[in-house]
Ligand binder design. Structure first.
Ligand SMILES: [Zn+2]
Length: 278
C-alpha cells in the first residue's frame, strides 16, 4: 500500500502506518485542545495513540490466530478508519475463519476487562462527557474511561454482521458450515449490504457523516468480498483446460487476412452473436 511507513515488526509481521493516520492524531489534538489548550492537545494525541495501540492489538489477535493455522500474515496497516491485517491466503475451513475473525474482538474484550479492573472506581461509564462529543477534562480517569468506552465500541461495531467487519466474516463462517462457501458469502454479503444501507440512513438522518462514510465503506467492502468469493470458486472449480482456448489460431506475418476471417467464421467457439470467451 502506498503512503505507508514501517512502524515495527512483531512475529515477522510488518506493522505499517498510513500517512492519513496522522489526521486522526490531529483530530484528537484539535478536539481536546479547543477546550483545554496546550495540555488538551497533548492529551488528545495521547488518547488517539492509545486507541490505535488497541486497534493494533486487535489486528495482532487476528494475525496470531491466522499464523496458528499456518496462514502467512504479510502486514498490518493502520488507517484512520482502523487497522487491516493482510493475510497471505484465505482460511480453508469455516472453523478457522470463525476463530481468526473472533480473535480480534476477543482482544478488545480482554483489554476492556483489564481497564475495568485496573481503572476500578476511577472509571465512570455513565457516558459523562463522552456522548455529547465534548472533550472531558484531561485526567487519568478520563483516559481510562474513554479507552474503556472505545474498546467496548470496537467490540460492538466489529460484531455487526456486515462485511468486511469481523461480524460479517463470523456470519459467513457459521453459514459455510451449513452450506457451501460461495452461497454463504453471497448471503452474508447481502446481509452486510442491507446493514450498510441501514447504517448509512442512520448516519445521514442523524447528521453523523462519519457513520455514513463507514456505511459506504462497508457497502463496497461487502460487494468486493462477494466478488472475491465468486472468483475463488471459479478458480478452484475450473480446470486449466477450461481456461485455455483450444481453438486458438496461430498466424504468421505472411498469412493472408482472409485466413483469419475464414477461421473466425468457421470456428466452433464463435457464433453470429460473438465469441464465447473466458
Ligand atoms: Zn477485526
Amino acid at each position: 500500500m502506498k503512503w505507508t511507513f514501517n512502524l515495527m515488526r512483531v512475529r515477522g509481521i510488518e506493522i505499517k502506518i498510513h500517512l492519513t493516520f496522522l489526521l486522526i492524531l490531529a483530530l484528537g489534538g484539535f478536539e481536546w485542545g479547543r477546550v483545554h489548550g496546550a495540555p488538551g492537545v497533548a492529551f488528545g494525541v495521547l488518547v488517539m495513540l492509545a486507541l490505535f495501540a488497541c486497534v493494533t492489538l486487535h489486528e495482532l489477535g487476528h494475525s496470531i490466530a491466522a499464523q496458528h493455522y499456518k496462514i502467512p500474515v504479510r502486514e498490518i496497516v493502520l488507517l484512520p478508519i482502523g487497522g487491516v491485517a493482510m493475510l497471505g491466503k484465505l482460511p480453508e475451513k469455516p472453523q478457522q475463519e470463525l476463530v481468526i475473525a473472533a480473535a480480534g474482538p476477543a482482544v478488545n474484550v480482554a483489554i476492556a476487562a483489564v481497564l475495568a479492573i485496573v481503572g476500578g472506581p476511577l472509571v465512570t461509564l455513565d457516558g459523562h462527557g463522552l456522548v455529547e462529543g465534548a472533550a472531558p477534562a484531561p485526567s487519568v480517569a478520563t483516559f481510562l474511561t474513554w479507552l474503556l468506552a472505545a474498546n467496548i465500541t470496537l467490540v460492538v461495531f466489529n460484531l455487526i454482521p456486515a462485511f468486511p467487519l469481523d461480524g460479517g466474516r463470523m456470519l459467513r463462517a457459521v453459514l459455510a458450515m451449513a452450506t457451501d462457501y460461495r452461497r454463504a458469502t453471497v448471503i452474508a454479503a447481502g446481509i452486510g449490504q442491507a446493514a450498510a444501507v441501514g447504517l448509512g440512513l442512520l448516519g445521514v438522518l442523524s447528521g453523523n457523516f462519519i457513520l455514513a462514510l463507514i456505511a459506504v465503506f462497508i457497502f463496497f467492502g461487502a460487494g468486493m468480498e462477494s466478488f472475491q468469493a465468486k472468483a475463488k470458486t471459479v478458480l478452484t472449480t475450473r480446470r486449466i483446460g477450461d481456461a485455455y482456448n483450444k481453438h486458438a489460431l496461430t498466424l504468421n506475418p505472411n498469412d493472408r487476412v482472409s485466413t483469419a476471417v475464414d477461421y473466425i467464421l468457421t470456428s466452433p467457439s464463435c457464433s453470429a452473436a460473438g465469441c464465447s470467451g473466458w
